[in-house]
Design a protein around this ligand. Sequence first.
Ligand code: NAD
Length: 317
Amino acid sequence: MKKNDLKKVALVGTGFVGMSFAYALLNSGECDQLVLIDVNKAKAKGEAMDLNHGLPFAKRNMLIYDGEYSDCADADVVVIAAGVNQKPGEDRISLLNRNLSVFKSIIEPIVDSGFDGIFLVATNPVDIMTKITKELSGFDSSKVIGSGTTLDTARLRYLLGSYFSIDPRNVHAYVIGEHGDSEIVPWSQAYVTTKSIFDIIDKSKGRFNREDLDKISRDVTGAAQEIIKAKSATYYGIGMALVRIVRAIFGDEKSALTVSVMQNGAYGIKGVYSGLPAIIGRSGVEDLIILDLTEEEKQKFIKSCNFLKQTAEEIGF
Ligand code: NAD
């Protein structure tokens, strides 16, 4: 339980993803306290020491230490990046059984600590691991969020920014559905500044075309495998995406982020976690944005969600 106003984050899993998040968090100065927890206690200790040695150069002071699950008691957000990652050629779903047993050892002691903040899950397959966190914790779904397609959306905005030669922050486009092979880019909802991407293409006199959009969407879906092949793991992008979500929570921003959220019946989908723009604030997920999808986009989104639902059900979730 919370006894003070200090902003505290607990990180479970101090591997590549966890520590990229922690390093980005330290540099952004988003919280007052950060506790690092890992089954490999020596690793958590070494990482805490290393981060602490950067404090004299940081934007602000922070308490950073390695700890136990009992340290989650007064945390506002618990970020979970523990578990196995993909090997080259391996898809995210194949991690499911191994990461399920990791989560069985993590969620209970966190809940037993008295933690009543927000869970933010990054471990893959992230949509199903988020559903598992919700079920094992018994928390309200508004307080259990997955990183979902925030990273994929960032990859999409970056590639579209390069294609149209514009700052990616002026690109308003989303990846929705599974963080994985069945994810979708609903192009009907994609804008650069205030202009629809289809309008820009139609008026570009052949400079831009829809085939290039198909390639961009394939590149977004294939980005993780390409990075894993080149350097074994992906971590900086997801680290920054997690900080972005934490900032939206602490700042009570009401920002629209494509996190993995419990679907509430829109498009006929219920009881499954999947990526969709959601309004994120101090209490977690405050609303879902229902996109005006074309029939084809809607069918692809439903298919992606049904795949996640069926895969989760096969392991009893
Ligand atoms: P990693 O192997 O570098 O780190 C995993 C960490 O988890 C290790 O420090 C390990 O000791 C710890 N761990 C393992 N079992 C544990 C347990 N039972 N309790 C506590 N800690 C435990 O892996 P990584 O590259 O950091 O990836 C972590 C996860 O993040 C993977 O599942 C990966 O697929 C996922 N990931 C997600 C995204 C995303 O967009 N959501 C992007 C990249 C990676």
